[in-house]
Write a protein that binds this ligand. Structure first.
Ligand code: PLP
Length: 378
């Protein structure tokens, strides 16, 4: 018996998504750039699919650029916008970004850009006064993680985007953990560029998109056959594109019931864990409306997080110590450091989704308690 509590790392492919993809992995294999009937059929399908994704986010079809995932979409947003607008050289981001952003701004720093990191408070919220102090007349862009992948904090993108715009900067959000858990209407939000990734909402791995709002221009970072209107060359991942759109459609149709279910699972874990391990502390927002219900970050004193994770793994309970990308690094999490989490505590991330069930919670919490008691140093 195993329990998958790592949905923030990736989600299982929805069978309906697989069904939608299947013809494009088998019979409909033609290259959409080919000028014969089979190729033209696939090209038409991609165009229709792009339209459906554009409609979902209320942008024009030219505002949907399919990429190999969230990492590439963020690279394209930041590097591609900087390339297209060389006049300003200051970039603002936060101290709690995913590495897709932190390492991209690091690369921009090597190219001569000035980078500042907006601090967050202990719940992971951007300190707005600090943001206002750091933003400058030459700030080119502001890049912010909407829903944090380690502690679940949801930023107020309406307020933050407005501040960016008031200062003439464009606003990019990493919506990788948000998409699938909320309906996003970019005609109503001050978001200029948005990163999404299908494998976080029951779509396939290796496909994502950069969504561009009206009037935003970027330059490519990959060169070749001028696919995606020249913004992302490379033969299209046809089945991936179909899968992303299907997963998005399903996520949108189920969003209310899915979020309700996640909230009840999250609350049940929180309550029971606190009851069985009184010394436990939770990271991220206290207000349940300002955090992702899919993520529960918890900290425990006098124990090592890797030992805890390994022991849980042996019992078939699959969790992360921080974000999945961090798990083979020795270095601690920059997000936990940014929220000033006491580093003598061990932190685990439990993340919920369709593989989580209310009925498993008592057993899992009891196992976490027993393992913790067994491993901790008094
Ligand atoms: C917040 C966030 N941004 C970006 C990414 C990168 O997405 P991908 O795995 O599609 O490259 C992830 C994946 O873990 C993420 O959680």
């Amino acid at each position: 018996m195993s329990y998958y509590l790592d949905h923030a790392a990736t989600t299982p492919l929805d069978p309906e998504v697989l069904n939608a993809m299947m013809p494009y992995l088998t019979d409909l294999y033609a290259n959409p750039s080919s000028l014969h009937d089979q190729g033209i059929f696939i090209r038409k399908k991609i165009n229709e699919t792009r339209e459906s994704v554009a409609k979902a986010f209320h942008v024009s079809t030219s505002g949907v650029v399919f990429t190999s995932g969230g990492t590439e979409a963020t690279n394209l947003a930041l590097l591609g916008y900087a390339k297209a607008h060389p006049e300003k050289k200051h970039i603002l981001t936060t101290t709690i970004e995913h590495h897709a952003t932190t390492h991209t701004v690091e690369a921009l720093e090597h190219l001569g850009y000035d980078i500042d990191f907006i601090p967050v408070d202990q719940e992971g919220f951007i300190v707005v006064d600090q943001f206002k102090k750091l933003i400058r007349h030459d700030t080119l862009l502001v890049s912010i993680i909407w829903g944090n992948n380690e502690i679940g904090t949801i930023q107020d993108v309406k307020v933050l985007g407005q501040i960016a715009h008031e200062h003439g900067a464009v606003f990019h959000v990493d919506a990788v953990q948000m998409a699938g858990q909320t309906i996003i209407d970019l005609s109503q939000l001050p978001i200029d560029m948005m990163t999404i990734s299908a494998h976080k909402f029951y779509g396939p791995k290796g496909i994502g998109a950069l969504i561009l709002n009206q009037g935003i221009t970027i330059q490519p970072i990959l060169y070749g056959g001028q696919h995606e209107k020249g913004l992302r060359s490379g033969t299209e991942n046809v089945s991936g594109i179909i899968g992303l759109a299907k997963a998005l459609e399903l996520a949108r149709s189920r969003v209310n019931s899915y979020c309700k279910e996640l909230l009840s699972i999250h609350d049940a874990y929180r309550k029971l864990l606190k009851k069985v391990i009184p010394e436990i502390e939770f990271n991220g927002p206290k207000d349940s409306t300002k955090r992702l219900s899919s993520i529960l970050s918890l900290s425990l004193p006098n124990v090592s997080s890797t030992e805890l994770q390994y022991a849980l793994n042996r019992k078939g309970i699959y969790v992360s110590t921080g974000s999945a990308c961090l798990s083979n690094e020795i270095k601690g999490s920059h997000v936990l450091e940014a929220i000033k989490r006491d580093s003598s505590y061990a932190t685990l991330r439990l993340s919920f989704g369709t593989k989580s069930e209310l009925k498993d919670i008592p057993q899992i919490c009891q196992t976490i308690k027993e393992i913790y008691e067994d491993l901790r140093d008094y």
